[in-house]
Design a protein around this ligand. Structure first.
Ligand SMILES: C[S@@+](CC[C@H](N)C(=O)[O-])C[C@H]1O[C@@H](n2cnc3c(N)ncnc32)[C@H](O)[C@@H]1O
Length: 217
């Protein structure tokens, strides 16, 4: 796996701006969706080599967060999965779990599907979907993960089961284009009843873990 080059400043600054809009002003998403999809469709070819996706450094923050996910989930979803490396890590860590990965970019999903084959009923499956309008019923998952991806908080909270976990991990900490500061995650998820249970660093990355409380008796 080739070493990743530093993200150009222009992309880092634009990414941070878009991330802020999605977290603080999610109603702006319809205006961002088209350019976002086109950007990632264009950058999908060669993504793993350019960004070192799948390397230890890329996955360390997500792996650190998964240590807090107990008991092991039955159904896990990675949102903004790109070429699928985060979902594949979840599948390795939790061999009993059914794992789904979604991404708005068709080209990214093609690259992810190429790693596992096309079996929508299989243990691991990928599909094109928008995090702002997930094609899943309420309370479908007991783990929802984001790796280098802005959280669409309302939809994540909707599809998360009681006692389920949300993870937001950034491979390069605050230098990640799609990085959400801990204070924004605490604030945004608390509004949906999800409380932080852990936050930390692993390799160059950072992670945040939240949990939905049990249903009242
Ligand atoms: C920076 S990339 C990270 C990809 C992968 N998680 C990784 O770490 O290599 C962000 C990904 O989020 C996807 N994305 C952005 N907005 C999305 C949305 N609303 N719904 C689903 N995927 C989205 C992009 O297409 C892109 O693949």
């Amino acid at each position: 796996m080739a070493a990743s080059r530093p993200t150009p400043a222009r992309i880092r600054i634009t990414g941070r701006m878009l991330n802020r809009l999605i977290v603080w002003a999610p109603w702006t998403w319809p205006a961002i969706r088209g350019p976002m999809r086109r950007f990632f469709d264009r950058t999908a070819p060669g993504w793993d080599d350019r960004t070192s996706a799948g390397s230890v450094d890329h996955l360390a923050a997500l792996a650190g967060a998964l240590l807090y996910v107990k008991p092991a989930p039955e159904r896990a979803l990675e949102i903004g999965t790109g070429t699928g490396e985060g979902a594949l890590l979840i599948a390795r860590e939790f061999p009993q779990a059914r794992v789904r990965g979604v991404d708005i970019s068709e080209r990214m999903i093609e690259a992810a599907v190429a790693k596992v084959g096309l079996d929508p009923e299989g243990r691991i499956a990928f599909r094109v979907a928008d995090a702002a309008d997930l094609p899943y019923d309420d309370e479908s998952f007991d783990l929802i993960a984001h790796l280098n991806m802005p959280p669409f908080i309302a939809e994540s909270a909707r599809v998360l089961r009681a006692n389920g976990y949300v993870v937001v991990a950034s491979s390069w900490g605050a230098a990640t284009p799609f990085y959400t500061p801990r204070s924004a995650l605490d604030w945004g998820f608390a509004k949906r009843g999800i409380e932080p249970i852990a936050a930390g660093e692993a390799s160059a990355g950072t992670y945040w873990v939240g949990r939905k409380p049990p249903k009242p008796e």
